[in-house]
Design a protein around this ligand. Structure first.
Ligand code: ZN
Length: 123
């Protein structure tokens, strides 16, 4: 059976079996590169979103517990400050991921513009 013509991260050949009409598996097909980076950035977004939802529910339930007298006000105050710091960290992480996602795309756009103009555009 035909195997993928790509190689793994460590340089050894990819061992995935591919259809008779194909040379590469999904992970190594150059034609699927854009699709792969799209799903990778989608995966990058979903984790912080889930964390934000969890923290939101935690804050809401803590507020209710304070009103019900089930949680000490001081404890709730400290916990909410910690959660606020945590939220900032999640937000920072999201921004870093966004940049990591955008910078290679920007470089690719610049490279294409450069190639179109024969390198004259930037000077
Ligand atoms: Zn492969």
């Amino acid at each position: 059976m035909p195997r993928c013509a790509g190689s793994k991260g460590d340089g050894t050949p990819c061992e995935r079996i591919v259809g008779a009409s194909r040379r590469y598996c999904f992970a190594h097909d150059p034609a699927k590169a854009e699709q792969r980076s799209r799903s990778a950035s989608k995966a990058g977004r979903s984790k912080p979103l889930k964390e934000l939802q969890e923290v939101r529910e935690q804050l809401r339930s803590m507020a209710q517990q304070v009103l019900d007298g089930a949680v000490d006000r001081d404890d709730a105050g400290v916990a909410s400050r910690i959660l606020a710091v945590y939220l900032r960290a999640v937000e920072q992480e999201r921004r870093v991921r966004e940049l990591e996602d955008l910078l290679p795309r920007l470089a690719e756009i610049e490279r294409r513009l450069d190639a179109e103009d024969g390198g004259r555009r930037w000077g």
